[in-house]
Design a binder for this molecule. Structure first.
Ligand code: SF4
Length: 424
């Protein structure tokens, strides 16, 4: 196998190095493995590199044909720290970063930890661009223009609390969707729900156990239908291929605000017929989904860590609903004529397990979803696999082979990363 790239690690002070001869290694499930060179990609702009606390790097020695852990050789010191990449949006990981975890190491915060190496003067990551859409490419963001957009929209609607909330998301969090709203392009966010009926291990907006911080604060109010329409209508009227989406990282579950969403959808569709109205959801309420589609919803994206009820339930910890409701909600949306996407949260070694792929195939076959969004599961892999009590022992297919297998099995099924504009 050709040399993929050199191991990247950091010293005790956090300074990063490429190793003179050890090869970068990946992880799939709980196993370390070499990475084929053709599965590497130059580190995409807008990505981050993390030094992982309490984690020691693992490399591969081609001469001795074996894995090498920190401290096993003089030129990889025992206190070397592991490094991982958090890839920019539109990129899906195929291998996790490889490291050993020290006792009492802290749980890592909510990011996806992709294997990273060094070759030919640059960083390389184990992933690929899974969507050509450039809507969240950092090179296309002009922060001054975002600020101008915020001022203009707030001047036009100074009392709109949802616009005020989103201006905070755009200027403070740098949320790509909120930025695009104020840049007047692509997909706009419509968060509405302070509460949720799930307790996801990796919830981005609510982490009661404080093992790690929730990267986003949840919206604290339910906007009025008029405030929601005030955000969405100008966007749908003015933007080509516009999308406006309920269900954002900074909220709970939008289906809990069914009556508000129905009123907002009707208000919006009375004023503008173009653009796509989308719902990102945990699909817990099939009856509400049916009313939303009747009211004008065009598409629905259902987030899943697994197509197996056991692991879905262990991760989502649903309150008052279960796997059956999720499948029924997908069917309700399809029956009403809406497009449905699965927001499939990928963890290499788990998602490409034969049993998982078989379950996903069955779900696609049963429900005829239109799109699989290949997202990375943003969580500490060990915390996740412990949390779902993982017990698979199959040989993973490889994430890219899994996708190729599904593409071959379902020629009409789309694959990507973002919510498409299903209507002009
Ligand atoms: S469904 Fe969404 S908001 Fe609810 S707990 Fe899960 S990640 Fe958080």
């Amino acid at each position: 196998m050709a040399m993929a790239a050199h191991l990247v690690y950091a010293d005790a002070q956090g300074r990063m190095y490429d190793h003179p001869y050890l090869e970068m290694v990946g992880r799939t499930g709980r196993d370390f493995c070499r990475i084929p060179a053709d599965e590497l990609l130059p580190l995409p702009p807008g990505s981050d590199l993390f030094v992982l606390p309490g984690r020691r790097p693992v490399g591969y020695d081609r001469r001795r044909r074996r894995l090498v852990r920190a401290g096993e050789t003089s030129d990889l010191p025992a206190d070397a720290q592991a490094v991982a990449a958090f890839m920019a949006p539109a990129h899906t990981m195929s291998y996790l970063a490889a490291y050993t975890t020290l006792p009492r190491a802290p749980v890592l915060p909510l990011f996806a930890y992709t294997a990273v190496g060094w070759r030919a003067g640059r960083f390389w990551v184990a992933g690929w661009r899974s969507d050509p859409d450039v809507r969240q490419d950092i090179q296309l963001v002009d922060c001054d223009q975002v600020e101008r957009g915020v001022r203009q929209r707030l001047a036009a609607e100074p009392k709109n609390r949802l616009l005020q909330h989103l201006s905070h998301c755009a200027l403070t969090y740098g949320c790509p969707a909120a930025r695009n709203l104020f840049l007047g392009r692509w997909e706009a966010p419509l968060p509405t729900s302070p509460g949720c009926n799930a307790r996801c291990l990796g919830c981005l907006s609510h982490q009661p156990q404080q093992r790690f911080p929730a990267p986003m604060q949840r919206i604290t109010f339910v906007p009025h239908p008029e405030e929601i329409a005030g955000v969405a209508v100008p966007h749908l009227q003015e933007v080509d291929q516009a999308v406006a989406s309920f269900g954002q990282g900074c909220e709970g579950e939008p289906l809990l605000q069914g009556p508000t969403l129905v009123a907002a959808l009707q208000l919006i569709r009375r004023q503008v017929s173009r653009g796509t109205l989308n719902l990102n959801t945990n699909a817990s309420r099939p009856e509400v989904v049916a009313t939303l589609v009747d009211a004008g919803l065009d598409s629905m994206r259902v987030s899943l860590n697994s197509a197996r009820p056991e692991y879905y339930t262990a991760y989502y910890r649903p309150q008052g609903y279960g796997w059956a409701e999720v499948v029924a909600a997908i069917r309700a949306a399809k029956a009403g004529g809406a497009k449905v996407a699965l927001n499939y949260l990928i963890l290499p070694g788990f998602s490409d397990q034969p049993a998982e792929v078989a379950a996903l195939r069955e779900l696609i076959h049963q429900t005829e979803v239109d799109l699989i969004q290949l997202r990375n599961l943003n969580i500490d892999p060990d915390y996740y696999l412990r949390g779902i009590r993982w017990h698979d022992h199959g040989r993973p297919l490889g994430v890219r082979r899994m996708v190729a297998h599904l593409q071959k099995s379902f020629p009409g099924l789309r694959f990507g990363y973002f919510n498409p504009a299903w209507r002009g």
